[in-house]
Design a protein around this ligand. Structure first.
Ligand code: MN
Length: 725
């Protein structure tokens, strides 16, 4: 090949000129060497277009110099990017010739091409590889973007099958990725090109329509802009004003998503004002000027300068009512913001004060990329990778519309409930249903970009705990929780009031302990849950109180019964002996332990009540004697005939014919003693009774108790003692 041919010299000169225009420092010799090396390596190849292969790396390098003006090394790497892949020249020779840095970028581009092929990148391990390679050197992905853009620009020369495959890959992988990197211009170009090859009919139809409207449109923009331009001149603001270019694919998507004809979508005019100043405050000055001339539309104002998008996009968006009442969207931004919007982080390099690339800069960029991916893909192992990949690249947001056409931005996965709370907390609180594009949908439906959402409200409807399972925005979550809390507090209060009113009405006394017992009997953890259940009607207060009252009545009954029993025994035996003798000293039986004949007893001298007779093991007595043991008096029950004493037992079980007989038989016949009294109550199929009989000693009693326990139907046998014990 003739290296000196005019054509190649011209190409090289053009490339170097372009690089010099955009880069602070250009090693002309490096670019020249890379150009001729590539030319030599590819000398036997031709492109599908029939042109020499060098046109491809050359165009890619040109795109890099224009769109990603990072450094001359990237430009040289772009020239060499296909050498290792397509020719006999290996990475090692590139390394020898151009050094490590360039060799690694070229190697990275080669490897990344493999990863990108088909949907390989959506496999976890390849995705990981990809992340590693771009973290290592971001320039790899920039060259790859430029490579893909040029391939898309020349796609018409390859066969239709390949066209489709490459176009799809571009739309699904490269365009979202470009967006993620903040490379707005590349993203739109890739999308429009992919669209053209994937749906040529729709593309050409759109192109025709755009063309036919062009004159109208230009005239209108002129009319709209004239008063603004006048004012800008007055304020001495340097600017560039243009009717914003509309991207085919975005118009097409809008038509599909909103199911509206081209005319309606395209009716929204758009103007962009780029200010020739680095001072963001000038954007607000321009905004003020525009608002002086045209009426702004409420809720259509977005300040991405104060709050940049996740990919660092900055701009002011406002919509105003233009001549003839037509809506015009105006974007206002500085030149720098515009470059960032179009060229992503490559633009930051250009605007750095110190125009050399240092390790620190690379580190910053790498950290930025790492952050994007780590924040969005932490659990990519678990989720469906391909969906996740696309989803995360297209920001984590959906754009939906109110019935009036106002745009709302929500996190991906948001539902009509999120949307409702986004509009107003009152709308969310009374939300009962939703329509998407006029059709009723479940409240947990995930919204998609372009959906028009209408919320149906009802005064009597309120947030539901289940909503927390599907809402995405923290606003909705907080509002729902707040509401549930408030409602719970109200319920608890209401339940408490019902409870207290009832107690008052029934004149019942309830200690805190009584209440806690009841709460636990009914298996509630705390009083809040208990009161809530009452308010919700889950617990019948009357039932609880009847049980409590019955229990109290029963205990009272038992106490009366026992007192009667104890008094009769005491009377029968002839009272107590003080120090072995019948005594005239006043004595009474202590209510705390209610001793009966047979119990070991002791006396305690009191003021006014004579000697109190306690059981020896009475807790009360033990406490009293600790404080004053001198007041203890020796007392005994008188001896009975045969040294027998009376005991009472309480017996419970299931009633059956012949039971009473079995009980008395067990006591009298087997244990050789006499029953003093027997008292059985049956209720439904169960019985409860007490039996008093004579025993010789404790062992005798225990034998009888064991005997009674063996009777079929008997479930419990215990000594009949005061309920107070
Ligand atoms: Mn290539």
């Amino acid at each position: 090949m003739d290296y000196d041919s005019n054509k190649f010299q011209k190409m090289l000169k053009n490339l170097i000129d372009e690089a010099k225009k955009n880069l602070p420092k250009v090693d002309e010799d490096l670019i020249s060497r890379a150009f001729y090396y590539s030319l030599e390596a590819h000398k036997n190849e031709i492109r599908a277009s029939g042109e020499p292969y060098i046109t491809h790396p050359y165009e890619v390098a040109l795109i890099v110099a224009e769109e990603f003006p990072v450094d001359d090394v990237t430009v040289a790497s772009a020239l060499l990017h296909d050498v290792a892949e397509d020719t006999d020249f290996k990475i090692d020779t590139i390394k020898k010739e151009f050094g490590n840095e360039i060799a690694e970028i070229v190697d990275g581009v080669t490897k990344i091409s493999d990863i990108f092929r088909g949907h390989e990148i959506t496999k976890a391990e390849n995705y990981h590889k990809f992340l590693l390679s771009i973290i290592k050197d971001i320039r790899v992905i920039l060259v790859k973007f430029a490579d893909r853009l040029h391939n898309m620009n020349t796609l018409e020369y390859v066969n239709p099958d390949k066209q489709r495959r490459i176009a799809l890959e571009t739309l699904e992988i490269y365009a979202p990725l470009a967006h993620r990197f903040g490379l707005g211009k590349i993203k739109w170009e890739l999308e429009d090109l992919a669209f053209k090859f994937l749906n040529r009919e729709a593309y050409e139809d759109l192109a025709r329509k755009l063309q036919s409207k062009r004159k109208d449109r230009e005239n209108y923009i002129k009319k709209f802009s004239a008063p603004i331009i006048e004012k800008l001149k007055e304020y001495n603001i340097k600017y560039e004003l243009s009717g914003r270019p509309k991207h085919f694919y975005s118009i097409y998507l809008k038509m599909i998503k909103r199911n509206k004809p081209f005319e309606e979508i395209y009716d929204l005019f758009a103007v962009r004002i780029i200010i020739d100043s680095d001072d963001p405050s000038s954007c607000y000055t321009v905004l003020g000027i525009i608002n002086l001339i045209y009426l702004p539309v409420q809720d259509r104002f977005k300040d991405y300068i104060a709050l940049p998008k996740t990919n660092n996009y900055q701009s002011i968006h406002t919509t105003v009512v233009g001549p003839e009442g037509r809506l015009v969207e105006v974007q206002i931004r500085t030149k720098k913001m515009h470059e960032v919007a179009e060229k992503g982080f490559a633009a930051h390099w250009k605007y750095k004060e110190n125009k050399t690339t240092t390790d620190k800069d690379v580190e910053n960029w790498v950290n930025w990329i790492r952050e994007i991916f780590e924040n969005t893909n932490r659990d990519d192992q678990r989720r469906d990778l391909i969906d996740n990949f696309k989803l995360n690249l297209y920001q984590n947001e959906v754009y939906v519309f109110t019935p009036k056409g106002d745009l709302k931005r929500l996190p991906q996965g948001s539902t009509p409930v999120d949307f409702a709370f986004e509009i107003h907390s009152k709308i969310g609180e009374h939300c009962i249903g939703a329509k998407i594009d006029g059709k009723i949908v479940p409240l947990d439906t995930q919204l998609k970009s372009g959906d028009q959402v209408e919320i149906i409200t009802s005064k009597n409807h309120h947030p539901n705990k289940n909503w927390l399972k599907f809402v995405k925005t923290s606003k909705a979550k907080n509002e729902i929780k707040k509401w549930i809390n408030k409602e719970e507090q109200n319920l608890i209060q209401k339940g408490k009031e019902i409870w207290e009113r009832k107690l008052k009405k029934l004149k019942l006394n309830f200690s805190n302990e009584d209440l806690m017992k009841i709460i636990h009997t009914h298996k509630y953890d705390n009083s809040k849950q208990f009161f809530k259940a009452i308010a919700q009607g889950l617990l019948n207060i009357d039932d609880i109180l009847t049980v409590k009252q019955e229990k109290e009545d029963k205990e009272k009954q038992k106490e009366i019964q026992f007192n009667k029993f104890a008094n009769s025994l005491r009377g029968e035996i002839g009272g107590i002996l003080v120090d072995g003798k019948k005594s005239s000293i006043l004595y009474t039986y202590a209510k705390c332990c209610n001793p009966i004949p047979g119990d070991p007893v002791i006396g305690f001298i009191t003021v006014g009540e004579g000697i109190k007779i306690h059981r020896k093991n009475c807790n009360n007595l033990i406490n009293l004697s600790i404080s004053d043991s001198s007041k203890l008096v020796n007392v005994q029950w008188p001896e009975t005939e045969n040294n027998l004493f009376v005991v009472g037992i309480l017996i419970r079980g299931q009633d059956r014919p012949g039971l009473l007989n079995d009980i008395s038989h067990s006591i009298v016949t087997y244990q050789n003693t006499n029953i003093k009294s027997i008292n059985i109550n049956t209720q439904d199929s169960s019985f409860e009774g007490n039996v008093a009989f004579y025993v010789q000693n404790l062992e005798h009693l225990n034998r009888i108790i064991e005997r009674l326990k063996k009777i079929s139907g008997v479930t419990s046998v215990e000594r009949f003692e005061s309920a107070l014990q």
